[in-house]
Design a protein around this ligand. Structure first.
Ligand code: SF4
Length: 323
């Protein structure tokens, strides 16, 4: 861990966290937490509140947008986000007090900045504790996003929450091709295991959707790839399907570009050129992907997610897209 000198705020708290457990590649530490419920003020996010029981994510997706959250803790090495995971200290009384601010009609997103079903969630059960503590809520909307196949463990709580609130679980599956997923999302459960989780949730009456996010230009953006994910989702009983194009902030570029250089060098130059002046693609390419996704949905008969994250407006000086 880094030296304690000069660290303040969350960086200091992270540095002081106690070791929870150490796996071969990953170390989990505690993280003292002032607030579990974070108010979302951005109109780019369709939630009133977000909850992230962990910081960092063991799944290590090469394109992960959430790597910036480790930079707040002065953990800037590319690997730190996926090898130093922080489990927030759980305080049921404090959480219950925070929940009083949640009103009927409010939307809560769980897993907006990291996956709430980290592999060690099996042991730490932070996300399960959050769901359990939310049982008194009435009239809220609770949406979980994950790449894990662990959510069926919590079917009992999701069913209870659904009695008085709107509840939805969204599984992210970018491709059904195992080998490609293993390269781009090296430590996430296999796509077929995620689809099995979709089937279990759907058969338990839980609202479940699948998103093929992010759509990776030249890697997962073919109609054939998107349709295979949508078909698998439909067969599994998913209620919605959606897909949005990759955005690559600098912290994600620092991991994704070397990955491309190693595995898909033929695409590197086009990625670098397209993301040279910003994180978002605009113009014909995202429009084409939107059209493909719409056609796939119509062909398969699976509706859009009601909660699709609106893409932030690309700045005027956004790059020419080369895809
Ligand atoms: S599962 Fe989500 S949070 Fe985790 S590494 Fe992948 S994209 Fe990032």
């Amino acid at each position: 861990m880094q030296q304690l000198v000069k660290l303040t705020g969350i960086a200091r708290l992270a540095a002081e966290g106690a070791l929870l457990t150490e796996k071969r590649r990953v170390e989990y530490r505690t993280l003292p937490t002032r607030r579990w419920l974070n108010r979302c003020h951005s109109n780019r996010v369709p939630f009133h509140w977000s909850i992230n029981p962990y910081r960092g994510c063991e799944f290590g997706c090469k394109y992960c947008y959430a790597r910036y959250t480790h930079e707040f803790m002065e953990r800037r090495e590319a690997e730190a986000f996926e090898t130093e995971i922080y489990a927030k200290d759980w305080d049921p009384a404090a959480f219950a007090a925070e929940l009083e601010a949640v009103k009927p009609g409010h939307i809560i997103g769980i897993g907006t900045a990291t996956d709430p079903y980290q592999p060690m969630e099996r042991t730490f059960r932070r996300t399960r504790a959050v769901l359990e503590a939310m049982l008194p809520l009435r009239g809220a909307a609770i949406f979980i996003t994950t790449k894990s196949n662990l959510p069926p463990r919590d079917i009992d709580l999701l069913q209870q929450l659904s009695e008085h609130n709107e509840v939805g679980v969204t599984l992210s599956v970018t491709t059904m091709k195992r080998e490609l997923a293993r390269l781009t999302e090296p430590y996430a459960p296999r796509p077929d295991l995620r689809m099995q989780a979709v089937a279990k949730l759907a058969s338990a009456g839980i609202q479940v959707g699948v998103i093929a996010n992010p759509v990776l230009p030249l890697l997962t953006d073919s109609e054939e790839n998107l349709e295979s994910v949508a078909r698998a989702a439909k067969v599994a009983g998913a209620h919605q399907f959606g897909a949005a194009v990759l955005f690559l902030q600098p912290c994600a570029q620092r991991v994704f570009f070397p990955f491309l250089a190693e595995r898909f060098p033929q695409y590197l130059r086009r990625y670098e050129a397209s993301f040279a002046s910003g994180a978002y693609l605009k113009g014909k390419y995202p429009e084409r992907i939107r059209k493909i996704v719409k056609q796939v949905r119509e062909r398969i008969g699976i509706p859009a997610r009601g909660l699709d994250l609106p893409m932030p407006a690309a700045p005027e000086e956004a790059q020419m897209v080369l895809f």
